[in-house]
Each structure stands twice: as C-alpha cells, then as structure tokens.
Design a protein around this ligand. Sequence first.
Ligand code: ADP
Length: 547
Amino acid sequence: MNFHVTQEFQLLLSFLTFCASTYLGAVVYLNNRTNWTNRLFGLLAFVIDIYITVNYLSLHPPLPSVENQLFWIRLVMCITSFIGPILILLVHTFPHEKITLAWRYRIPLFALMSVSAIFSLTPLVFSALEFPNGEPVPVPGAGIPVFALDFVGLFLLSFFVLIYKYRKASDQERAQHKFLLFGVLASFSLMALSTVIFVVVLHSSATVFLGPIVPVILMASIAYAIVKYQLFNIKIIATQVSIVTIWIILFSKIFANITLTEFTVDIFVFILVVLFGIVLNHSVHREIREREEVTRLAKSLEKANLRLQELDQQKTEFLSIASHQLRTPLSILKGYIELIADGAYGKPSKRLLGTLSDMDENNERLIKLVDEFLNISRIEQGRTKFSFVKKDMALLIKDVIKELEERAKDKGLQIEMLFPGKKAIISMDDDKIRHVLFNFIDNSIKYSDQGTITVGVKKEEEGVAVRVTDAGIGFNKTDEVNFFQKFYRGENVKTTNVNGTGLGLYVCRKFIEAHGGKVWATSMGLGRGSEFGFWIPNVRPVMAKEQ
Ligand code: ADP
C-alpha cells in the first residue's frame, strides 16, 4: 500500500490547513474574546497550528537523520497530547461563557495531559523508528497506553459527552450540537483510518500527510456550531476562506512562471481577483448585517405585537365585564322611568313628565353605548352568535323605517324606500342586519338637516345590496376610508354638536363581514350628502363563518 505524494503537495496542504485553522481560530476568538467557548476554540486552533507545522517537519525533518525524524515525531505526539484535553473542555463548555467542567475533573485531566506530553518526548511512547517499506514507522513503547488514554480516550469521551448533551439540549441548541458531533465523529474516523489502521495495522506512514486535514474538519464544524450559536454568520467565514484560498493559490502561481509575459498576466489576474474578493467580501458583509438587522427588528416587532394583543385582550375583557355590570342597572332605571311616567307611583305632574322624558333619553343613549361596547367585546372575543335564516330584506327595511320615521319627521326629514323588485329573499342573521340598517338610517337622520333619506335595495352580483343616501353633511374623500374603524369620528362631525362614539359603523362592518359581505361610504363632498351601503352574497363563503 503506497501512495506517492509529492513534497510540494504536502507543503501546500499543510500551508492551506494552517491558514484555515488560524483563520477559524482568529475569527471565533475575536468574535467574543471574553467567552470561554471562544477562548478554548482559539487555543485549540493555536495547538493545531503547531501540530500542523510539527507534523510537516516530522515528514521532512530539516536535518534528515533517523534521530532527528524520531525527535520530530515525538514532538508531534507531545503536541497531540494537548488536543484531547482541550477538546473535552471545549465540548463540555460549549456554548457557555464559563468553563463548566468541575475542578475535580479538571485536575486529573491536566495531570493526564502533562504525563502524556512528557512521556511522548521520551522512548516511553515511541522507542525507535523502523523502516519496513522504506517509510519510517515508529515502534510503540510501554507508555503508549497513557498517550492513547489522553488522546483517543478523551476524543471518544468528547463524543459521548456530546451525545449526552445533545439528548438533553433544547431544540435550538440541538442543531449546534449536531455540528459538533459531526465534527468530532468525522475527524475521529478519518484519524483512526489514517493513523491507527495505516500506521499501526498496516505499518505504513503513507497517509500521515493527511493528518492536518483531520483537525481542520473538526475546527470547521466546531467553528460553525459556535458562530451559529452566537448569530455570527457562517456565510461571511465561508466567503472569506474561499477568497483567501484563491488568493494564496494565485499568488503562489505567480512565482511558478518562467516567461515575463506569463508573470505579468498572472500579476494582473491576481490584482483583479484581489479587488473582486474585497468587493465580494464587502457585499456579503453588508447583506448579512442587513439581514441580521431585519431579523432583530422582526423579533422586537413580534414581541411588541404580542404585548399589544395581550393588552387588547385585557381591554376587551375589561369592557365586557364593565358593560355587563352597567347594563342591568340601566335597564332597571328604564323600567322605573316608565313606571313613574305611567302613574304607578301616583299621577305625575307635567314638570315631572318633562324631566322623566329627559332622563329616559339620556338613559337610552347610555344603553345604546353599553350595547355597542358589549357588541364589540363579543366580536373581539369571538363570542358573537349568528343564526342565518332566509328572510326578505325589503320587509326588514320597511320595519326599520317604520321605527325611525317619527324621529326623521321631528327633524323635518322624509324616509323613502326604493325597490324595483317585489322581494329580496336572502340568507342572513336578521337581528344583525336590522342593527346595521338601523345604524345607517339613524346616522342619516343624525347627520342631515334637510331633504329625503332614501333606502334602496337591489339584487346584484349574486347578492343583495342596500344603499342609504341622504342630503346631509357629507364628507371628504380622506375621511371615508376610516369611517368603519373603531372609535373613528369623522372630520365632518367635528363642527356639529351631534354626540357619538365612533363605534356604530365598526360594529356594522363586523356584522356584514360575518355574512361574507362588504360595506362602503361615498360622498360628493362636504355638505353634499352621502351614501352608506352594504352588500351580502346569496351564498356565504366558507371563511366568513361565525365571528
Ligand atoms: P358616531 O355616529 O357615533 O360618531 P358611527 O360609527 O356611527 O359613529 O359613525 C362614524 C362616523 O361616520 C361619524 O362620526 C361620521 O363622521 C360619519 N358618518 C356616519 N354616517 C354619516 C352620514 N350619514 N353622513 C355623514 N357622515 C356620516
């Protein structure tokens, strides 16, 4: 079994892995210098850099003698002795700020590490070098179990610690632990393959040059897990690693040229690629920062929204309780006013009757207000009950007009019904539609001082449309979009002394939407009358279910 790999290739591989390890270590460490997860990672990167260098020198010792090579190989073992303990500390601490391993474990760990490092430098770990196939193969000494425990043992232990932590981790942490697990497992398997199987079993050191790749896999996956946890983006690292690698390759290529033309062309290409790399890196940075900002904003918006929803619900509940408490005394009051006016407590004087009528009017206003509040809290809590039956819209309108005719007459107004057909039978909750009709016509009376109020019914677009038009105060375009919002009172009523709450049309809209219909308001402008209308479909769409 013999792979032939040139020394240049080994040098390039060591150099690239050295750069990658240094880069990852620096990025993670500088990203959060006070965090022990990052510090341990930085330390691991540093040890791995030394390992890569010494590993290369062990394959190509500066003074090529057997003693010298043995010295470098022993040094590799010495450096490797630090990897296992740092790894277990890192894996245990990840992703916390402080080292999590208790002192009672840390001390034996350091002891094992020190003994293994010292043993590695002596014949206890590798006693001599043999050259069975012309390649150097170290002869294991009596102290090899200490080294095996320190390196292989702790590597395996890291793996088990990770599995344990993975099973206990929250969903978010799990994703990160997965990368750690992958890194430890992949690098360990590769290491086992390249060293244990080849060196120990097959007695060949042909794959030792692969050594530097192993820690880089480990480093890359740990780095990914850390930066992902700390919201630092891997895309930046990936881009930068690729850019720097291309730079290095192109830069080394410049010196491989023989002719001046090739040399010049390569320098030119190199400069272009450097510039391009800088621009690319910059744009990736910007894109990621922007995305992070958007995510952050979205999160805080989501929080604020949740809080608002909570407050809104509390308000609705308060409204509901308060209204229920108010509704009963108001009804009782209404009953007493009627009894007194009817003479149940003796014949009332004319003056008393006048006062009673004022009381009744104000009480009615309050009842209407409380009813509106109750409607709103029911709508918002999704407790409004709807029962749909087929009814004639024209009949319903006639009823409501009859109810309000007197009030209109008092203001010198007329109400007319405009209906080309005979019947407009449609499925609806007649109480709710009656409420809407009452509100529309009542508003027309409230906001008009002259003319006729027309209520039109028309079968159109697979449904029935109702329009209430008046010659009243009208409104401007800017106002009309808000009329159906909660608590909105138009600019047009600011100068009038008509009382109101801005709740009526909101409730109407909700009722009509529950029928799968729509509402609208139009006007030619201030002082030029208005039209308030609604349309409900013959067949209710599925989404417009009970609200
Ligand atoms: P309220 O009448 O208690 O203010 P509504 O929700 O019934 O509340 O109406 C909301 C607003 O719509 C009113 O304040 C008014 O500005 C406008 N409005 C409603 N009906 C008419 C109408 N017939 N003519 C002009 N403006 C109207």
